[in-house]
Write a protein that binds this ligand. Structure first.
Ligand code: ZN
Length: 138
């Protein structure tokens, strides 16, 4: 069995940002040489997500509005966690959007459904953060 591990680094200019990381994950898959197996992609921080959805700007704006309704960034004072930080909303947004995705690898390709793309969801950016890619198989 082959095993491959890589970290992707991000430092977004905005507090919140969605980035399509499918091309980077596909590069890792090629590098791994795995043809049949499983690919795990997870955020290594508790204020960022990895999730699968459509790469469509309208939907991305809808996510932003929806998440701000559920867990508004401001006022910071509304959250107990913000006694020492200002990112309580980012923890909540991350939990809603998820920590990781797992994608099947078939014939050396990510075995996606229609329109599926992998995103890094940053909710407390402007600093260096990581995503882990782990690929196992043959
Ligand atoms: Zn925090």
């Amino acid at each position: 069995m082959k095993s491959f591990r890589k970290e992707l680094w991000f430092n977004t200019p905005n507090r919140r940002q969605l980035i399509n990381i499918t091309p980077q994950v596909e590069e890792c898959l090629v590098e791994s040489g795995v043809k049949e197996g499983i690919c795990l992609v997870n955020a290594m921080h508790i204020t960022a997500s990895v999730f699968i959805n459509d790469d469509e700007i309208g939907l991305h704006n809808d996510f932003e509005k929806w998440l701000e309704k559920l867990a508004p960034e401001k006022p910071y004072s509304q959250y107990q966690h913000n006694r020492f930080e200002d990112n309580a909303d980012a923890h909540l947004k991350r939990t809603i959007m998820g920590r990781e995705v797992v994608v099947a690898i078939t014939n050396g390709r990510l075995d996606f459904g229609p329109w599926e793309q992998i995103f890094y969801g940053e909710f407390d950016g402007k600093r260096k953060k990581r995503v882990l890619i782990k690929i196992i198989g043959e």
